[in-house]
Design a protein around this ligand. Structure first.
Ligand SMILES: C[S@@+](CC[C@H](N)C(=O)[O-])C[C@H]1O[C@@H](n2cnc3c(N)ncnc32)[C@H](O)[C@@H]1O
Length: 269
């Protein structure tokens, strides 16, 4: 097994730390963003478009959490022609997969093997929402390459990933995550496109998706931040990100940060 095909201690800690908001709580956090039909619609449409062209026999959600996106696809009829498989490292998240059309496998993505989700000669389509940032800056490109190695030429990868057009906004949100003690990292859109190309995909299309509002009270719960630490973080951000009104604002109860998302439709070349 190569170095990119094992889960690092940092990645393990990142997932363990969020256990408080995994499971049933996942649907409610961040204003219900991850369980909203309206929020999911642009990604659902991009996946439907790709599925019409690629005719996959299996659709795999990489880091699919509670299985919400696959459930959405099943509601739109995609389970009729393809098996739906949700992959996630968190047992708490997978326990919430209630749709019988969605199978699930507990696995950490760096360790994933194609044989775990596709039979020989089966055409796969890969989807992912809000997961790439878990790999952190150093493991971002190696893990993209690892995911590409799981795919066959012509297969599609549709992912909704947090990334930035504006360098000051990227600096602000990356600083927030660093101050909260996470290893998560968010790239610029241009850098992400280059990384996808370098890993062996052609980016066919990109569209924006609704931004994720991150209220400070939710962040405190998610990352186990004491009230005094939250105040320190808010002061640091207000000083450094005051001009980034699109991604950071102070509120009556603290602050809200906004993560912008882009949906990428990629073809393995
Ligand atoms: C922000 S949540 C998104 C969940 C889901 N994609 C959605 O949109 O609701 C990130 C998910 O990625 C999973 N995850 C993070 N790192 C992972 C890894 N290395 N392998 C598998 N799953 C991982 C987490 O357990 C979590 O469920």
């Amino acid at each position: 097994m190569s170095a990119t095909e094992t889960t690092t201690d940092t990645e393990q800690k990142e997932m363990q730390r969020e256990r408080a908001i995994h499971g049933a709580e996942w649907d409610r956090i961040h204003g219900g963003y991850f369980a909203s039909h309206a929020v999911a619609e642009p990604l659902t449409k991009a996946i439907q478009t790709a599925a019409r062209r690629a005719l996959p026999q299996v659709i795999v959600d990489l880091g699919g959490g509670t299985g919400f996106m696959l459930h959405e696809l099943a509601r739109h009829g995609l389970a009729a022609n393809a098996r739906l498989i949700n992959l996630d490292a968190s047992a708490e998240q997978l326990e919430q997969v209630h749709d019988p059309r969605v199978k699930h496998i507990q696995v950490s993505l760096p360790e994933l093997r194609r044989a775990q989700f596709a039979k020989k000669d089966e055409r796969a389509l890969f989807i992912m929402r809000s997961v790439l940032h878990y790999f952190g800056k150093d493991r971002f490109v190696p893990n993209l390459k690892k995911l590409r190695r799981l795919m066959r030429p012509g297969e599609r990868f549709i992912h909704q990933t947090a990334c930035f057009e504006d360098a000051a906004a990227a600096k602000c949100l990356n600083e927030l995550y660093q101050l909260m003690g996470t290893g998560k990292w968010y790239p610029m859109v241009t850098a992400l496109c280059m990384a996808l190309t370098e890993a062996g995909w052609q980016v066919e299309a990109s569209n924006s998706a609704p931004p994720l509002p991150l209220g400070s009270q939710d962040l405190a719960r998610r990352y186990n931040l004491a009230p005094a630490r939250l105040v320190q973080i808010q002061k640091a951000l207000a000083a450094n990100c005051g001009s980034c009104s699109k991604v950071f604002e102070t509120t009556r109860r603290g602050f809200t940060a906004y993560l912008p998302y882009t949906i990428f439709t990629c073809v393995a070349v």
